[in-house]
Design a protein around this ligand. Structure first.
Ligand code: BDP
Length: 609
């Protein structure tokens, strides 16, 4: 799915700004039919932003169900020859869009875009009332899953198994854009490298079937020189002495696709330009290769999370976060636990930051509900994660759709080197293999070029896990020294090493420690091993690093988490998860220096490369 862009043939109107906002108090939005009228601007909400922390009422912050967003929009008067679309970069978790009283599109899944053509609904130059209904309910059939229960006071409460706040609303941009009647609909690019030669395989879909010789494809380098040109929907560009997209040293070619009025006419009906990084990704033995060279991941698991705006995308935070990551020496991160805004991937493409791209499949695990997170235990009727009453076929269909939409959106980003199908599913429970295997197959069909992984949790150790053989890379989330052997780093060190050696022996795949860390209260200092102190966080990280350097198959370390982030409140999540290396307002804890030393100076892991 192409990101809308302004080109010589396309226009793009941002609908970001301040919208009228209302919380639905009736149970049935279809009865209320609010989109048929103007919503009084008693409350107004910014777009993009999660709405939860904007206001001061708990009834809004913790609201379960639908909210309304509304604004007026004009279709530019010059669009009489164009087709035009509304595009929402995300509506978390379910969005329904109305143009005046017409329903135009519905989408389920809170972190991927959707769009609808409205050419026949509003004439150029005319205004329309745009109403977006957004629902934040998570059920057994959504990804991520959750459930809504009615408490004794009659209030509906949302439960879920994941460890971050259920931020909701329109957290990413909304657009109105035009395309010509004959337009580029989609582009798929796959690249490969052989020595100094780069290969760019491309396939173009057009909105109407047109002759091959009307599709003109050009590859342009960073100084604007044309290095390849052809006609047709599908081909391979061979780039001799290619500038490769390398971690830390990105190079982006532009693939310009033009639809001509007639071959050789020089009249361009549509034009779209895609950034292309020429690189290869392979897993061979226990090494992860980028451009045939072993790569060692340093960096973080992250969240889209900031004060006030919640998961609302913000370019200032985004660029600052990239600079902070760069300062620590991070070369990569995981989009834990959902697809991030496309701007984030574009920035990573541009700056050579390596990304593991994850679906929102987090919390497919009832084993951790009562335990680690201290949330309400799973329903007594069905203690199993995978069962007809819990995670079932419908959840699997939603998960498959999440994989389709993630790959459709992100397949062309050179920064994305691996797909993560799920975070910490109950991979030792019955039913998990039946659930997961078709999804991994689907993922590989949709993109045969990138390795696939999932993040394994401690409750599914090597002798119990039943799905790891389906994947290419072992991603392990481990909390030795925190949830296990807290304040006992010596025992934690032994346990961690045994754990890693067990996986290494059984599978021989590359291992990435995809999460490790400790909650840390900034400003708490201690000479002894006191959990929550800044020193303990650093010592715990040092302990992991010693082990990583001793285990040959470890090819990456992603600390949990880049910054403190908001969670549902429990007795050990006061104002959020505090495992950040940076505070929520992005100030470094002492451990930032520990990482910076290791990732920019010592680099002892490089002996493996
Ligand atoms: C892991 C989860 C992550 C949590 C983390 C923690 O993958 O989402 O935030 O634990 O407990 O199990 O901090």
């Amino acid at each position: 799915m192409l990101k809308p862009q302004a080109t010589s043939t396309r226009e793009l109107v941002s609908l970001d700004g301040i919208w009228s906002f209302a919380v639905v108090t009736t149970t049935d939005v279809d009865e209320e039919r609010i989109w048929t009228g103007v919503i009084p601007p008693k409350l107004q909400a910014p777009v993009p932003a999660s709405y939860n922390d904007i206001f001061v009422q708990e009834s809004i912050r913790g609201h379960v169900g639908w909210v309304y967003y509304q604004r007026q929009v004009f279709v530019p008067h010059g669009w009489s020859q164009e087709r035009y679309f509304l595009r929402l970069d995300a509506a978390t978790h379910q969005g329904r869009v109305y143009v005046d009283e017409h329903f135009v599109v519905e989408h389920i899944g809170g972190y991927t875009p959707f769009e609808a053509e409205i050419t026949n609904l509003v004439a150029p130059g005319q205004p329309f009332r745009l109403t977006v209904l957004v629902n934040n309910e998570l059920t057994w059939h959504t990804i991520p899953p959750g459930r809504v229960e009615v408490g004794q006071n009659g209030e509906r409460k949302q439960y879920y198994q994941h460890d971050f706040f259920n931020y909701s609303g329109l957290a990413r941009s909304v657009w109105l854009y035009s395309v010509p009647t004959v337009a580029v609909d989609d582009i798929t690019v796959k690249t490969d490298v052989d020595g100094t030669t780069g290969f760019v395989d491309f396939e173009i879909k057009t909105s109407q079937s047109i002759d091959e010789d009307r599709v003109q494809v050009s590859l342009i380098d960073e100084v604007g020189s044309l290095i390849y040109q052809t006609v047709g929907h599908k081909n391979r560009a061979v780039v001799k002495s290619a500038h490769l997209w390398e971690p830390g040293a990105a190079y982006l070619y532009q693939l310009r696709v033009e639809i001509m009025a007639a071959p050789g006419s020089g009249i361009v009906l549509d034009s779209y330009q895609l950034a292309v990084g020429v690189r290869s990704v392979k897993v061979i033995g226990n090494r992860f290769l980028i451009n045939d060279k072993p790569f060692y991941f340093t960096g973080f698991g992250r969240h889209e999370d900031a004060p006030v705006r919640g998961k609302g995308h913000d370019n200032a935070y985004m660029i600052h976060d990239f600079h902070l990551m760069g300062w620590t020496g991070a070369n990569s991160f995981r989009c834990s636990h959902y697809p991030y805004a496309e701007e984030v991937l574009e920035y990573a493409d541009r700056h050579g930051i390596v990304v593991i791209d994850e679906t929102p499949a987090v919390g497919l695990n009832l084993g951790i509900v009562g335990g680690v997170f201290g949330v309400k235990p799973s329903p007594k009727s069905s203690p199993l994660t995978f069962s007809p009453d819990t995670i079932n076929d419908k959840t699997q269909s939603a998960h498959a759709q999440a994989i389709r939409e993630l790959i459709a959106r992100d397949k062309n980003h050179p920064c994305v080197v691996m797909w993560a199908v799920a975070n910490e599913p109950a991979s030792a429970e019955p039913g998990v293999r039946e659930y997961m295997e078709p999804l991994v197959t689907l993922n590989r069909q949709l993109d045969p070029t990138r390795p696939v992984c999932f993040a394994n949790m401690i409750h599914a150790p090597v002798e119990k896990d039943t799905i790891t053989d389906l994947f290419d890379v072992l991603c392990l989330n481990r909390y030795y020294g925190w949830y296990a052997y807290n304040a006992d780093l010596d025992t934690a060190e032994q346990a961690l090493e045994e754990d890693l050696l067990g996986w290494q022996k059984k599978y021989g795949n590359p291992i990435i420690m995809s999460e490790y860390g400790a909650d840390t209260q900034v400003g708490l200092h201690a000479t002894l091993d006191v959990p929550w102190s800044e020193e303990y966080q650093s010592r715990l990280l040092d302990m992991y690093h010693r082990v990583f350097d001793r285990v040959d198959s470890v090819v990456g370390e992603h600390v949990w988490n880049f910054a403190d982030f908001q969670c549902p409140t429990t007795i050990f999540r006061i104002d959020g998860n505090k495992k950040g290396i940076f505070t929520r307002d992005r100030r470094p804890k002492s451990a930032a220096q520990t990482l910076r030393r290791r990732w920019t100076e010592q680099k002892t892991y490089e002996k493996k490369l």
